[in-house]
Structure formats: C-alpha cells, structure tokens
Write a protein that binds this ligand. Structure first.
Ligand SMILES: Cc1cc2nc3c(=O)[nH]c(=O)nc-3n(C[C@H](O)[C@H](O)[C@H](O)COP(=O)(O)OP(=O)(O)OC[C@H]3O[C@@H](n4cnc5c(N)ncnc54)[C@H](O)[C@@H]3O)c2cc1C
Length: 205
C-alpha cells in the first residue's frame, strides 16, 4: 500500500507530526490536498510511564498514558491519518521509500519520519549516523544526526532527502513539549517543502 508520509513511532513526536499534517489537509491547503499519512507504532512510548505536573496547558497530575490516548484520538479525527500497531524492521530507499514491518506489511512512501524514541535505533536498510544522545541523563540513549531541516544524515554526512527525524531520536531533551514540538516542526518542514514557501496553520474562533 502507498502513503505520502509514513511516520515510525506514535509517541508525542510522531503523533504531533501526524496532527500537523492532518490539520493542513483539513484546511484544504492546495499543496496538502489528498495527502495520506500512516503512523506505525509498537506501543512502547516513554509517556506511558509518566505523571505530568509540568506540561504547559496540561492539568497537573495527568497520567502520561491518558494524555497519549487523547493525542492518539485527536490524530485519528483527521481522516487522512491512519494508525497501525506494528513494528518497522526495515526501510529501503529507491525513488521514495519502502517500509517493511514485523507482521509482513510493506508500505511505499515519498516521505518517512523516524520518531521512534531514543532507547535504540535498530531499523535496518539505511545506514544513518546514529550517535550517543548528548541530552539524555542516562547513558546508552541514541540520536540520529540531522540537517537543519531535520532530515537524516548518513554516515558520510550526506542528507537523506525526505527522511526526517523527530523527537528524542532527533536529539531533543526528554520532555513532553520538546518531543511534541519537534514533531510539529518536522510536520511544518514537510509542508513547507510541499508548498515551496514557509507556511503555518492557524485557526480562529
Ligand atoms: C518515567 C518517565 C517520566 C516522565 N515524566 C515527564 C514529565 O513529568 N514531564 C515531561 O515533560 N516529560 C516527561 N517524560 C518524558 C516524555 O515522556 C518523553 O520526552 C516523550 O515521551 C518522548 O517522545 P518521543 O515521541 O520522542 O518518544 P517516545 O514517547 O518514546 O515514542 C516513541 C514511539 O516509537 C515506538 N517505536 C519504537 N521503535 C519502533 C519501531 N521500530 N516500529 C514502530 N514503532 C516503534 C515506541 O513504541 C513508542 O511508542 C517522562 C518520561 C519517563 C520515561
């Protein structure tokens, strides 16, 4: 099956990216018309273990797993966004990308967003520059080096065009708003590229 954008990881970063793209599609923006987004997630977000007292706008004491469910439901409200429970094992690049999962699914996409957290990066197929995450308080956490637009760099420091990295895997601090904000920025960067100019998506009452 073919999607315009496949997002690997349905934590705060991946879902925020999906919501951003979904909102552009819902706004009927010319460059976003008909775009389809697939989020593939294997259900192990760090947010599930959290109790949140310091997330701006979120009621103190909210459980991370409840917030995650709310964000997931918000993403699902956009008809262009699908969420699949599965594990991505391999990503191949030719003209676009081919994404293979543990359940034997294969998806084609023009754009892939890696938002699979900082615990490890063991997806095969593309040799990326995976390094120790300098902003993690715990050792052994990883990040993928990126360009300024958050497109991944390979081991020779070449930009892998249309392969974006978001959240902790892009080297952001492990705080909800940093991860979610990074996902939004990557979503906007993808939309900017489609539009050929800087855009924002704002609603008014
Ligand atoms: C105990 C604890 C308490 C915390 N408390 C707070 C707090 O009080 N305030 C605060 O702001 N932040 C807190 N955080 C941090 C916050 O939860 C993280 O910063 C945030 O979840 C990171 O988002 P992410 O999307 O980058 O990664 P994650 O949330 O880790 O999401 C990554 C997702 O990718 C999926 N995935 C990984 N590999 C694959 C694959 N190959 N195929 C498919 N899916 C894959 C995972 O299952 C996961 O769902 C806490 C974290 C922990 C662990």
């Amino acid at each position: 099956m073919r999607y315009d954008i496949v997002i690997v990881g349905g934590g705060p970063a991946g879902l925020s990216c999906a919501i951003t793209i979904g909102s552009a599609v819902e706004h009927d923006m010319e460059f976003a018309k008909g775009k389809k987004v697939l989020v593939i997630d294997n259900g192990n977000s760090d947010l599930k273990s959290a109790k949140l007292n310091n997330v701006p706008g979120v009621k103190r004491g909210t459980l991370g797993k409840e917030l995650l469910e709310d964000i997931k439901n918000q993403a699902k409200e956009y008809s262009c966004v699908e969420i699949l429970e599965d594990t991505v094992q391999k990503i191949l690049k030719n003209n676009g990308f081919v994404v293979q999962t543990a359940s034997g699914n294969t998806f084609e996409a023009d754009v892939v967003v890696l938002a699979s957290g900082f615990k490890a990066f063991d997806i095969e197929g593309i040799e990326l520059d995976v390094v120790e995450n300098p902003l993690s308080p715990k050792p052994g956490r990883v990040m993928i080096k990126t360009s300024k637009s958050y497109e991944a760099l390979d081991k020779n420091a070449n930009v892998v065009e249309n392969l974006y990295v978001a959240g902790l895997l892009a080297g952001f601090s492990s705080m909800f708003s940093c991860a979610a904000g990074s996902g939004v920025q990557v979503g906007i960067n993808i939309l900017n590229k489609y539009a050929g100019k800087p855009i924002v998506i704002h609603d008014v009452p």
